[in-house]
Structure formats: C-alpha cells, structure tokens
Design a protein around this ligand. Structure first.
Ligand code: PFF
Length: 471
C-alpha cells in the first residue's frame, strides 16, 4: 500500500492520535481507490445478479438498496472512523480504543471475529476467482464463439465437476494474492488499478449496451426494478442485508484497517458515500447486463452461482469482437477479485506483524496457505461432496453444502453481527467528542441525524432481520 507515504505534513495532522510514523494514504483518491478495490469484486458481478435471480428480482433489489443506504453507509462511516482513531490493525485498534475509553477488553473480539470471517470468505472467494481465471482461457481460446446456451451450460458444468481443474485455478488465484500481499501492494499496482477499474466499468457498459440490443432488455429491466413483494421471503431480506455487508466489505475490520491509514483532514462521510455509490452502480449495471440475456435465452434467473458464467459467454460468442471483449472482461473480473482478496488477507498479515513479529512474507504464506487448504472444502462441495449437507438436520440449512454454509455464515451472520457491534461501539461507547472529531461535520443537525441512525436505526434494523429469521 504505497500510495501510503510517510508524509510528514499528514503525519503531524494525525499526531494527536500518536500516529506519527504510521504511514498514511497519500490522498483521498488513493483511499477511495483502495476501498473501492476492496468493495468492487465478485460480490458485484458474480453474487449480486445470482442472488437477485434466486430471490425474485425487484423487491429484493429494493431491500438491498435500502440496506446499503440505511445500514451499509452508516456502518462504513463508523468502521473507517474507528480505524482512523485506532490507527492499527483491527484487533489492536479495538484494544487501544477500548482501553483508552475504559471499556471492556472483550471489544477485541470484534476484530478477532472479523479476522476469522476473512479467512472463511477468502477460502471460497478464491475458488470463484479461479472460475474467472478459467474463463479467461476459455474466452481467449475462442470457445464461446457461436456456442449455444446448452453448450455454454455444459462447459460450466464440466468445470464444476472436475476437482483437479478447480484446484489448479484456485491455487493460481491464491498464489497471485499471496505474492502481492507478501511484496506489499506496490504503487505500480495502485496505478494499474487506477486504469483497470475504470476499464472494467467501461466493459460492463459495453455489456449493458449489448443487452439493450436484445429484445429482452425491457424484461430484464423490469425484473430488476419493478418490485413484486409476493416474491420476497424473510430469508430473502436477510440475504439482502448480508449482501449489503459483503459487497461493501463491512463488519469485519477491512474498512477499519484501511481507515487506519486515512489522513485526518479527509472527510470520512463523503468518502464512504462515494465508495458505496460506486459499488452499488457497478452491481446494478452488472444486473442490467445479465438479466436481458437470461430472458432472451430462455434461462432461469434462479440458476444459482453459475449465472454469469452461463449467460455472458453467450453474448461474447455472438457479438462482434467477442473474443477480445470476453477475454478482457474476465481478466478485469480477475483483477477486481484480486483487489478484494488482497483486502481479506492484508489485515491477517498486518496482525501477524504487530503481534507475533512474523514478517510480511511469512505472514502472507502462513495465512494464504491455510486459506488455500480450507478452499479445498469448497471445491469438493461442488462435485464429490455435493450431496453432503452437514447441517441438513436443521430446516434452514437443508440442502446446503459446505460452500453454501461458509457463504451463509459469513455474509448473513458474522458480517451483520460485526456491523451491529461497530454501530453500537461508535454510537454508544466511543466518546461523543471523538465521534465529532472523526466525522468533522460539526455537531449540528447532520451530526445528530447520523448518530441517531447509528444508535437506533442501524442496530434495530439488523436485530429485526435477525429475529425474524430465527423465528
Ligand atoms: N466486497 C467484496 C466483493 O463484493 O466482492 C468481497 C469482500 C471483500 C468481502 C473484503 C469482505 C471483505 F472484507
């Protein structure tokens, strides 16, 4: 992270929190890029469309948007603020702030739970990143050209049924992530992201353009944007809430870790807002690119995790320049996935460095290889163990493989729970003065509204969704 500079001016601006010497982002833009790099990833392009399809479309999207606005953005602000004030890795920031404000040491668990969630998420995230890698090759090899939706479906089915191929791509993805984290995210890489992320955005726009040329654009559009509440279940509401956390990388300390590098003079509120809007727009555009294709090819919106891998290749196979666009698209999807994956491994490594004196290379290796090994469970869930449902005796977990459970437990339980405690910490436990200092929006109506949302609205919303789902 070497847009992080040892900028003395910034260092002194931050020195009231004894952070002199702690590296800082060189600018607000550098932070926005890194935070959006973490937020924008497979969650937007792979997960959002398929869970929207499974949950009936419009009503689900509306709940998701409400969750982003009422819960996601306030929690992002709180998380970044706590991180900036703490100035260390999440666990140590929580320890420091709790002791400074005379609070229970148990707040450290908030950081600890986040780290466990990072481990679990990265283990399956990397397997899906591997699918994207495999599709770079498929596209470049011209395998999509003129292919029917059946043969594209069979190609995807073939990939999932072959554990060794999946393992190879999963390993390659993890090697990439470990290498980058071990070297420290270089400024060269940040410059590359600076170009590649807008390029991904442009390519998604190309895909939306293609979708507009099909006769099902209207059907796709209204699937996404006209809510039919009869299709929404309480579990769907929990999924929307969980996804708001997943897609914004919230509730597990990642934004806290990034916040610890943020100079004091940068507005957290504006920055969090920008990152959330960028993330949401990318997801909605991905939906707009994909659903028209689903309908024009007579596919099921609820086809599950393979949705983008079974729809987009059809378009790439038919459009002019499809080999180039397709290859570029999957390369950029891998880049987006890698920048998110880095943010999952980085806090673990940072903690190893602070706590155990394990250097960056060894930290990245120990952390990365354990996560890689855990990923094998996800790979097997897709084929050999697809019939193994470890918690099948509970109605809620019926038919869920280990992969499904990892996804469910992290996104739907651990992240919202982490977010709840982050909101409670800033809303009720951190001193009001500190909150005011971090937000720097004065102490007038805007501040009071924000604190009201953080103290009451956000926690109540998370709790209500939880309680409904337990009943
Ligand atoms: N936000 C990422 C995505 O949407 O793909 C996934 C993610 C990254 C989740 C980092 C959590 C996290 F801490």
């Amino acid at each position: 992270m070497t847009e992080l500079t040892q900028n003395p001016a910034v260092g002194s601006a931050a020195s009231d929190d004894s952070k002199a010497g702690h590296p800082m982002w060189s600018s607000r833009l550098a932070f926005i890029l890194a935070a959006s790099g973490s937020a924008v990833g497979l969650g937007n392009i792979w997960k959002f469309p398929y869970i929207t399809g499974e949950n009936g479309g419009g009503a689900f999207v509306l709940v998701y948007l409400l969750c982003i606005a009422l819960i996601g953005i306030p929690i992002m602000v709180a998380e970044v603020a706590i991180g900036r004030r703490g100035g260390c890795s999440p666990i140590n920031s929580m320890r420091k702030l709790a002791s400074r404000d005379g609070l229970s040491k148990r707040w450290v668990w908030l950081g600890g739970m986040g780290m466990i969630a990072s481990f679990l998420i990265l283990s399956f995230y990397s397997v899906i990143g591997g699918w994207a890698l495999a599709y770079v090759g498929n596209s470049a090899g011209g395998l999509f050209v003129g292919a029917s939706s059946e043969s594209i479906g069979a190609m995807f089915g073939g990939l999932l049924s072959d554990p060794y191929t999946l393992l190879m791509w999963h390993s390659l993805f993890m090697v990439l992530v470990i290498m980058i984290v071990a070297r420290g995210v270089s400024s060269g890489m940040e410059k590359a992201i600076n170009i590649l992320m807008p390029l991904l955005f442009a390519l998604i726009l190309v895909m939306v353009g293609y979708a507009m040329s099909t006769d099902s654009f209207g059907a796709g559009f209204s699937f996404l944007f006209s809510p039919d509440f009869s299709k929404l279940t309480t579990e769907g509401v929990l999924t929307a809430l969980g996804h708001a956390f997943f897609t914004l990388s919230l509730g597990m300390g990642v934004m806290m870790a990034y916040g610890s590098y943020l100079p004091k003079n940068v507005s957290i509120v504006k920055t969090a807002f920008t990152v959330s809007v960028v993330d949401t727009v990318v997801a909605l555009l991905a939906g707009l690119a994909i659903f028209p294709l689903v309908f024009s090819n007579g596919m099921e919106p609820g086809a599950g995790p393979g949705l983008i891998f079974q729809t987009l290749p059809i378009a790439f196979g038919q459009m002019p320049g499809g080999v180039l666009f397709g290859t570029l698209f999957f390369v950029l999807l891998v880049v987006a996935a890698v920048t998110s994956a880095i943010s999952l491994l980085e806090p673990v490594v940072e903690w190893f460095e602070e706590q155990k004196g394990i250097n960056r290379l060894n930290g990245a290796l120990i952390g990365g290889l354990s996560i890689w090994a855990l990923g094998i469970l996800t790979i097997l869930s897709l084929n050999e163990w697809s019939g193994f449902h470890p918690l099948g005796m509970f109605e809620r977990f019926e038919g869920k493989t280990i992969f499904d459970l990892l996804d469910y437990v992290t996104a739907n339980l651990m992240m919202p729970l982490g977010g709840l405690f982050i909101a409670l910490f800033m809303g009720w436990f951190m001193s009001k003065q500190a909150a005011e200092n971090e937000l720097s929006i004065g102490n007038g109506a805007a501040f009071k509204l924000f604190m009201f949302i953080l103290r009451f609205v956000t926690p109540a919303a998370v709790l209500v969704v939880f309680v409904y789902n337990l009943m």
